[in-house]
Structures are given as C-alpha cells and as structure tokens.
Design a protein around this ligand. Structure first.
Ligand code: AMP
Length: 304
C-alpha cells in the first residue's frame, strides 16, 4: 500500500444552494480530498490554517487518521470561500475568495513526507503546487486539480505545473478555459499536449471522461435523486481516485479505470449533504455497495 500526500486548501466555506445553506462550515480542496482518500490509504495533509480554525474540525481529520504533521497553524485567519449554486448544480458561482494565511504560505516538508509515492496537488495557487512538487523525491504518480480562479490569475505558473504531472483532473468548463477550445475532446487533447499522460474531465451529473494518448473511458454519475450541496464533489472524486491507486500501488490502465469509478462513488456521497457531513457518516460497506451499483449501471452484453 502506498501513502498519499496532498497539498491544497483547508477552508471555512459559506455556501448557498436552492436547498439550504451553510455558514463558515468545514471545507477546502485538501479537506474533502483527505476525507475521501482516508477510506483507502494513509493520507498526509500539507496546508495551513489560521488561529481561528476550530479544534473540532482538526479532530474530525484526526479521527480519519489523516497525518497532520504537514498542517501549519499560522498567525492570521483561515482561508475562506463564499459560493452559491442555482438549480443547475453543475456550476458554482464564487462570491468571495479570501486567501488569508495562504497568501504567504511557504511549506517546508519534513523528510518522511518528501518520500510519499502518490501526490495530489489539490486546487490552490499553482506556485504552491510547484513548490511542494519540487520537494518530493521521485513520486510514483502525481495528479493536479485547479479552477477558474487560478486559470485566470496564474496561467503561466499553472501551465508549468501541468507540464510536470501525470494526471490532470478538471471539470468541463475548466478544461475548455485552460485549452481555450470549446470542444471538450479537442480541449482534452490540447491539454495532453501540455504534458500530462491523462486528463480526467469531471462533468458533474453527466459523469466523468478520461482521455489519454491511447485510451478513452467514460463513467456516468451515480443517479442521485437528492443532491444538497455539490461543493467538494471534485475533491472527493480525486480522493477516491488517488486513494484507490495508492492503496493498490498500481498505476496501470485497468487500475485507473477502477479508480475513476471509486472517484465517482466518493463524489456521489459528498453531494448528499452540506460540508463534509455525509463523508463523516460514511461507512466502508456503503462504498463497496455503491461501487457494485456502478458496475450494474454500465454493464451490457454484445448481441449473441
Ligand atoms: P470542488 O470540489 O471543486 O467543489 O471544490 C470546493 C472547495 O474548493 C471548497 O471547499 C473551497 O473551500 C475550495 N476553494 C474554492 N476556491 C478556491 C481557491 N481559489 N483555491 C483553493 N481552494 C478553493
């Protein structure tokens, strides 16, 4: 079993959807990722929070055995994100982003963390993603996620980071924006030209697509009747995806296909409640059952 390191945001999120709202709830790309991945393997979290970060949130991460030796408590306020969704839950509207303690976070990874074989550069400033990547010692697989905020504001640094990773995970709008190409397949091919070996495009309720030089793979989203808050779906997907690969210590094509299904399973749970509430209540047997349900969802035979 390979360990997994993540750098990304640990946040207090204020989110409004047509079905309710949460104020200053636990969130952040690295938080959702760590929670989801912790069902598969040991996760080491690299991030910073301010002195205002509630101790009960840290306790939730510790309960999932997340290694917090790379989590720095800095002088100042925790990262905050304010967003809302309309009836089309596939599209988040950012109302406010306060980087706070992330504005000048410069992590120096303890030696044992530098040797972690699986690395996830979760959504955060690409300069910080590069900084962490440069400290790693020959990782086996590196994946990266990002969002419009950084594609707009830090394009050059982001392209540098994308060139150095094995897998890029983005949603459809981000793929189009990064590639500057409206057709999604062409956009994925353009991004492959930037350097990664595979591009995983998350399409919310429409499923997930993977494109590499010699592979094309598609998995639908789990057909849920009640979605309360899509925040964290992408990071939970990444947690299932990377968590599974690290657990199997396998980066082959078949393992990547199964990892995409595990990613879809974890994302489907994350959206069933606000903040991390559903992941906190999640039991391992529910993950297995939903994985099996996915197999049923896409199984069909060739005509005899
Ligand atoms: P997603 O999985 O794409 O829905 O990501 C949601 C999480 O991303 C939220 O919990 C936010 O705290 C976090 N987030 C939002 N904007 C940013 C940003 N600019 N940098 C890092 N994290 C962010």
């Amino acid at each position: 079993m390979g360990d997994l390191l993540v750098v990304g945001s640990v946040a207090l999120d204020s989110v409004k959807t047509p079905f309710g709202q949460a104020t200053e709830a636990l969130g952040g790309s690295a938080t959702y990722f760590s929670f989801a991945a912790s069902f598969f393997t040991t996760v080491r979290l690299v991030a910073t929070v301010g002195e205002d970060f509630p101790g009960e949130h840290l306790a939730l991460l510790k309960n999932r055995s997340v290694d917090l030796s790379g989590l720095q408590v800095s002088h100042g306020k925790t990262f905050r994100w304010v967003g809302e969704y309309g009836y089309d839950l596939n599209e988040a509207r950012t109302l406010d982003t306060q980087l706070n303690v992330f504005a000048d976070f410069k992590p120096s990874l303890p030696a044992p963390l530098r040797r972690t074989p699986f690395v996830f550069l979760a959504n955060i400033d690409p300069e910080l993603q590069l900084d962490v990547l440069r400290q790693m010692e020959r990782p086996r697989l590196v994946a990266l996620d990002t969002m419009n905020f950084w594609i707009d504001g830090r394009r050059q640094a982001l392209l540098k980071a994308v060139a150095e990773v094995d897998v890029l995970l983005v949603n459809d709008a981000e793929a189009r924006q990064l590639a500057r190409e409206p057709n999604l397949i062409k956009a994925a091919r353009t991004i492959l030209g930037f350097g990664p070996r595979a591009v995983v495009v998350k399409r919310g309720e429409y499923g997930t697509l993977m494109v590499s030089d010699d592979h094309f793979f598609f998995v639908p989203a789990y057909p849920l009747e009640s979605v309360f808050d899509p925040t964290g779906a992408g990071d939970s997907f990444a947690g299932g995806f990377m968590g599974y690969l690290a657990k199997r210590d396998d980066v082959g094509a078949d393992a990547i296909r199964r990892a995409i299904v595990y990613g879809s399973v974890m994302a489907s749970f994350a959206v069933e409640d606000f903040s991390l509430n559903r992941l906190v209540r999640l039991r391992p047997e529910e993950i297995r059952q939903r994985y099996e349900a996915f197999q049923d969802l896409v199984r069909f035979e060739l005509e005899p």
